[in-house]
Design a protein around this ligand. Structure first.
Ligand code: URP
Ligand code: ZN
Ligand code: ZN
Ligand code: ZN
Length: 461
């Protein structure tokens, strides 16, 4: 089956060209001068539209266990929503519970996702129990295509690792060439601030922000960078939200250290003012790190331009407002941490293009090409080139839409961007050559998406 996508503007991390794209089966067969090819079984007219490599969301949490509940999207609903938003690959997190092994954890996550996904997917491994056996198993994870390990400087007693444990895991990362992903917030200090606030009777959602100040993200980021320097491990800072943390990353990169960082749309568009909404409304915006003062947003956009922030991921981790966020009414520390977003990353970052914050090339690079390279998927993913998987998005840059929970496809009862007007919209999405979304209609199926065994990071000095 050959599909010709003709008349569009093909985007890549180096810019835009008028070109036709021929898809043969699951892969891209040719990218040609417009009009050169005419023979195909199906023709998709892309006139007036961008033709870009499918988005890669390198940070999602489908059906993630958290404090006795699970994030609301399953692999089935979450990957379908991702497809609607022009994302054709997710990398989700398998979560090691203390006292369990990495490989049994990986099996468990394979079981959750296998047969359920609309688009291709990979896994990172969350390491929460560092011991001799775990460290040894990191080698097997890399062999099994899971080449990145997330650790936490936050959440003492749950996922938290000490500096010594982090150092040990980093040594193993250096040895295997794998990447340590860090949730960089000083959880020990934060727990004190949380206890103090609760003791003073301050239980509102906004306290989540006040008790996790940006300085404690900056400090933890610097400490993680230092530990990575001592061990030589590649380091990737997840969900960077604060100017202080960005400065630490920029400094390390200037010195040539293998330090990378992602930010998320919520930190570019939302702020602590949302957390401070009246009543319990702010619970919708509780995620860690917390939404910051608006003054951080300009720094984050600059970081995206200078490549000190090289990836935009969503940290999609939806909990319903009604029965899940409710768990923390009166005690903000019990509000499940996380926000929905997998469906709207491409659209929200396109607003950055419209506003002149980033170029078209940077949009594609931060949302697709760099995540592919960062996590060992390039050139299979992240580029429209002969031989690459035909994961392709047709995007109408002039369409207008309004984000709303009434129309989104994520299995969560609210939108963090309710009522936001967007210029641009996904019209058609191909996953390995198959049209899975077309003009708002779903043509995909659970189980079309396959597990992606990943190589190592492709950016190391
Ligand atoms: O609050 C958040 N970000 N929840 C998801 C888990 C994590 O720390 O990434
Ligand atoms: Zn399942
Ligand atoms: Zn995290
Ligand atoms: Zn996360």
């Amino acid at each position: 089956m050959r599909t010709l996508i003709k008349g569009g503007t093909v985007l890549s991390s180096s810019g835009a060209v008028e070109a036709d794209v021929l898809v043969d089966g699951e892969t891209i067969a040719a990218v040609t001068t417009p009009g050169m090819l005419t023979e195909a079984d199906t023709v998709l007219d892309a006139t007036g539209r961008y033709v870009l490599p499918g988005g890669i969301d390198a940070h999602t949490h489908m059906e993630m266990p958290f404090g006795g509940t699970f994030s609301a999207d399953t692999f089935e609903t979450g990957t379908r929503a991702a497809a609607f938003g022009g994302t054709t690959t997710i990398i989700d997190f398998a979560v090691q519970a203390k006292g369990t092994s990495l490989l049994s954890t990986l099996d468990k996550w394979h079981e959750k996702a296998d047969g359920d996904c609309a688009i291709d997917y990979g896994f990172h491994m969350i390491v929460s129990d560092v011991n001799d056996a775990t460290l040894k198993e990191m080698e097997s994870c890399v062999d099994a295509g899971v080449s990145s390990f997330k650790m936490f400087m936050a959440y003492p007693g749950v996922f938290y690792s000490t500096d010594g444990e982090i150092l040990r895991a980093m040594r193993k990362a250096t040895e295997t060439g794998s990447t340590i992903m860090m949730h960089a917030e000083n959880g020990i200090a934060i727990d004190q601030l949380v206890a103090q606030a609760l003791a003073e009777g301050k239980g509102d959602p906004v306290q989540h922000g006040y008790t996790r100040p940006p300085e404690l993200e900056g400090e933890a980021t610097s400490r993680a960078i230092t530990l990575a320097k001592v061990t030589g491990a590649p380091l990737y800072i997840v969900h960077l939200s604060a100017a202080q943390a960005l400065a630490a990353v920029a400094g390390a990169r200037d010195e040539g250290q293998n330090v990378f960082a992602e930010t998320c749309p919520q930190y570019l568009y939302l702020s602590i003012e949302d957390l401070a909404k009246p009543g319990f409304e702010g619970a919708k915006y509780v995620a860690s790190p917390p939404l910051r003062e608006k003054s951080h947003q300009g720094d984050l956009w600059r970081g995206l331009r200078t490549n000190d922030l090289s990836v935009v991921s969503t940290d999609h981790c939806p909990f319903c407002f009604k029965d899940q966020k409710e768990l923390g009414r009166g005690d903000f520390s019990k509000i499940p941490n996380g926000m929905p977003g997998v469906e709207h990353r491409m659209d929200l970052l396109h607003q950055g293009v419209v506003a002149g914050e980033i170029s078209l090339a940077r949009w594609v690079e931060t949302c697709s090409t760099t995540p592919a390279r960062m996590f060992g998927l390039y050139p299979r993913k992240g580029v429209i080139a002969p031989g690459s998987d035909a994961d392709i998005v047709l995007y109408d840059p002039k369409a207008e839409q309004t984000i709303s929970a009434a129309t989104h496809h994520m299995a969560v009862d609210y939108s963090a961007y309710e009522g936001l007007r967007i210029t641009g919209a996904v019209t058609t999405v191909l996953s390995r050559g198959r049209v899975v979304v077309d003009r708002g209609e779903y043509h995909g199926s659970a189980g079309h998406g396959r597990f992606l065994s990943r190589d190592l990071c492709q950016y190391l000095n």
